[in-house]
Design a protein around this ligand. Sequence first.
Ligand SMILES: [Fe+2]
Length: 379
Amino acid sequence: MTNDPAQALPVLHSLSSAVAIRAIYPSNHPRVEEAVDRLVETLQTCLRERGADEVTFLIIDSELLVDQRPTRAHMTNLAALVRTLSANGIERVSLAAGADAEECQRLVGGLTGTGELDSSPHVLLGRIQIEDGDGDSAQEALPRLGSTGLSEDDLDRAEDSFLRFRSDSKGSIEQLDRVLWRFVEGMDKSSRSLLLLSPMKGADQRLFVHSINVSLLTLAQARGLGIEGQALHDIGLAALLHDIGKLSLPMETLHAGQRYTDREWELVKQHPELGAAQLCGLPGAPPLTVVVAYEHHLRWDGLPSFPTPAMPRLPSVASQLTAVADTYDVMIAGRGLAGGVGGKAALEVWEERAGTYLDPFLVGNFLMTLSDVERVGVA
Ligand SMILES: [Fe+2]
């Protein structure tokens, strides 16, 4: 019998993928059935290669262990799964020979909150029993609120920096760079909730609030994928500046909000190229900011959108993460639809957009990463 943890990783990746897909599709959807079948297959292959009857995964302090050995080197694509298991108070998962599609479907449904999450004959779940004085479960005991990591004074300064981009783009970038580090340091790593800023009246202020919210939502997704440090910071800064080209549009166009005339819409569609051109070569602007400003309206499926690149191209992961956040803030939160991130209204939008405009895996990751989004007013 061999005991190589790497043999078990395909099982974890299959489980993670199945949960992400199940988060946006119903259980009888072909993509879910395909993902569950893949989970069953990888489990059978793993057990055959290991000459074992079962494989057990442990989650301890956000670390995932196989055979008591950490899988740190492979965590990048499994961070969302670990967070989902932890949020459900599960510290041990054993998958035994004989686990079929029905049992795996039940596990996947339970992890996405669409069914009961409990053990079955070949799927054994070990739960953390944490009780506080009020008898709250481990899941309920998780912190309820995330944070922008900024005070109101910080936000005022951030708004000044953002709007100064028109007249002093170099100084603006330097200050926004510092704002992003505050975001990265201030975000609560264990929270699945997020505080976003509420819409404001002026067109410039609306753009600022939207940009801050997209940045926070993008940071939360990227962190859920295991991205940290400078890379996380650069993705957040790129998301913050994704619409910066709109500041170059005529003021009356910005004020038109969502009710654009045909002529205004032609102008608005230029904002990705305008933003990318402004950020290109700007000292202090990471190259990723140029990429995301240009790509954030490109479709995941490659069908025509705007801008129209000289050569066909698919958007980078950072641009796709920004597009998911943009969709949430504009189409769902901006319209005040009830039910939050995973509510019925939101799911209709996600189902329409996942696999067309948006990467379905990243939509699933978004739903797994954030269970709740709340809005706060700013002075
Ligand atoms: Fe945009």
